[in-house]
Write a protein that binds this ligand. Structure first.
Ligand code: BES
Ligand code: ZN
Length: 604
């Protein structure tokens, strides 16, 4: 039976996972997870279903039972990018609505793409090992066999045994007093059904501190105070604003785990515990927008999910929209436009990188025979945002604000595709009984919006916050301009960023001018990696050899792909040998996903 998600090999049209129990031991010595996972599956077909097909990738499976009886099963051949389908026979068959429990005994392997295992030497206090997972988009299948599609949602029980404190994407139940060095069972329940990509686990020498009435930050003991300071001012504010925009937060707690520097993303919206890069702890609260973003996913993505990665804009476009509404509520409407403008620039960059006619620059992106990892870019985020922003302006903000809770309650705990979005939107606005609005929504060319590659029409932005960034960048075009630290004194972190990116886009500076810029504005001593990376792109373009070593050093300190991949690409252009040496040196520092992508980027 054909399904609407091309990124799974599972036969989820015939079965649906309703509950998943993961009984796993975290084995730091052998760097693997070991135990069993029980999938409670519901038959979907009138014709009796006699076979369950699950996704796996590089898993070692020792035995399988169906309703506690040993079963016949076969792990088929592994192919890229989707992995090896696991066929489990259901000898008795199951009629529609009937349940079976499939229990798989397994061990993860060194080829597991979801988990990074860090040695004590790779952690900040060097005392204990550390491990963490990253399942989005299709890495859950390398931890346990599953219907690895966002079109299927299951509740979860986590029974995780570890010698170090554990966090997971469920609510802690029972005794969670962290005991460092002593083996212990950590239990979590996720009672809201979630797709497999939101399965998450991390374990290490982790301490916690409150950052709001419903929120805790978890991180290494040495980093705890800094993390608490960075997040505690805004956490509850973000939650209250988001709740006003959509509806009350449904998940109980909202916590943040700040990971070691090799975490490959800025943030990952794992339910209950957002995972975040330590680069947001910049000592100036200038990168907390990442948390507003991940929190917004509690509605867009986690409660209402894209049915497949072809409709990823429904996750990320909506999340960018909510994130910017939160920012605007705190800092004013100009901030919405300023952030959208920065987003527009990154959209331009992505379109340029892929080419303006490329499939991956569409809102709906065909995923037949492709690895979602290769498709990943800011297109879904910013083209998705701009589509929603266009709809908002078309119907007016007041009307759109009524649609927001309607949309999220209609699709809560479900998954949808772009056409279902269209139907929900049209039903809502045609049902208001307002002829003027009806006429307006009739003008939307949905096919054009969904399938035209390249940039959408550019809206008029309020550029008040951006103008001073552009003005300063303009001055740098004149090589006799004498800069002073006061030039950027009043700038926020994001304004400095826009200034640096604008300089970077213009004609290259001379190596001396690039150095002067870095020194005058004191960029390299800042803890803000966004700024450092942006400056390094200027220096690379200026072919300022004196800073290449600094680039190589930064590449050994952060594993966030947003920085690592462009910096490697930039370094590779000017000094391929240094790029290759730097990668060889830091290979083990990077998460497997990041390692794989840089290998592709560098062609090694
Ligand atoms: N869900 C994404 C991260 C992700 C996407 C991981 C696809 C794997 C596959 C997360 O919400 C995200 O968008 N993170 C951004 C932060 C941001 C836009 C503020 C990031 O990592 O940079
Ligand atoms: Zn996101």
């Amino acid at each position: 039976m054909a399904t609407r998600d091309p990124s799974t090999l599972s036969n989820y049209g015939a079965w649906r996972t309703r509950h998943t129990t993961a009984n796993l031991k975290l084995d730091f010595e052998n760097k693997c997870l070991r135990g069993d996972v029980v999938l409670r599956l519901e038959s979907q077909t009138d014709k009796e279903s006699r076979e369950v097909i699950l996704d796996t990738r590089h898993l070692s499976i020792s035995s399988i039972t169906v309703d506690a009886a040993p079963s016949k099963w076969e792990l088929k051949e592994h192919t890229e990018p989707l992995g090896a389908p696991l066929h489990v026979s259901i000898p008795e068959g199951a009629a529609r609505g009937q349940f079976v429990d499939v229990t798989v005994n397994l061990e993860t392997t060194p080829k597991c793409t979801a988990i990074q295992w860090l040695t004590p030497a790779q952690t900040s206090n060097k005392k204990h090992p550390y491990m963490f997972s990253q399942c989005q988009a299709i890495n859950a299948r390398s931890i346990f066999p599953c219907q690895d599609t966002p079109d299927v949602k299951s509740t979860f029980t986590f029974n995780l045994t570890s010698t170090l404190p554990v966090v997971a994407s469920g609510v802690p139940v029972g005794d969670h007093n962290p005991t460092v060095g002593e083996e212990k069972l950590y239990k979590f329940e996720q009672k809201v059904p979630i797709p497999s990509y939101l399965f998450a686990v991390a374990s290490g020498d982790i301490a916690t501190a409150p950052i709001g009435p419903r929120s805790t930050v978890a991180t290494g003991p040495n980093e705890l105070q800094d993390c608490k300071w960075e997040l505690e001012r805004d956490m509850e504010k973000f939650m209250e604003i988001a709740e006003k925009l959509v509806f009350p937060y449904k998940w109980g707690e909202y916590n943040v785990l700040v990971l070691p520097p090799s975490f490959p993303y800025g943030g990952m919206e794992n339910p209950i515990y957002t995972f975040a890069t330590p680069t947001i702890i910049s000592g100036d609260r200038q990168n907390v927008d990442v948390i507003a973003h991940e929190l917004s996913h509690s509605w867009s993505g986690n409660l209402v999910s894209n049915a497949s990665w072809e409709h990823f804009w429904l996750n990320e476009g909506w999340t960018m929209y909510l994130e910017r509404r939160i920012q605007a509520a705190i800092h004013g409407d100009a901030e919405f436009d300023f952030s959208a403008l920065i987003g527009w620039k990154s959209l331009q960059d992505s379109v340029e990188l892929f080419g303006k006619d490329h499939e991956y620059t569409k809102l709906i992106i065909s995923h037949d025979n492709v690895d979602p990892e290769d498709v990943y870019s800011t297109i879904a985020y910013e083209k998705g945002f701009h589509f929603l922003y266009y709809l908002e302006r078309l119907v007016g903000r007041e009307n759109f604000d009524k649609f927001i809770p309607h949309y999220f309650s209609t699709w809560a705990e479900k998954s949808l595709d772009s056409w279902e979005f269209k139907a929900t939107f049209l039903d809502f606005f045609n049902g208001l009984g307002d002829e003027e609005i009806k006429a307006k929504v009739a003008t939307i060319d949905w096919n054009d919006k969904f399938y035209t590659p390249g940039l959408p029409p550019k809206p008029d932005f309020d550029t008040s916050l951006a103008d001073m960034c552009y003005a300063l960048a303009e001055k740098w075009k004149d090589s006799s301009f004498t800069p002073s630290p006061e030039d950027v004194e009043s700038f926020t972190g994001n304004q400095k960023l826009l200034f640096l990116e604008t300089v970077q886009q213009a004609e290259p500076l001379s190596p001396e001018r690039a150095q002067l810029l870095g020194e005058t504005y004191d960029i390299l001593s800042s803890k803000n990696v966004e700024l450092k990376a942006a400056f390094y792109h200027i220096a690379l373009k200026a072919n300022d050899k004196a800073t290449f070593q600094g680039v190589a050093e930064l590449l050994g300190q952060v594993g966030r792909m947003k920085f690592v991949r462009p910096l490697f690409r930039g370094l590779n252009k000017v000094d391929r040998q240094l790029a290759l040496d730097t990668f060889a040196k830091n290979k083990d520092f990077y998460h497997p996903i990041c390692r794989g992508m840089v290998e592709k980027d560098l062609g090694v």
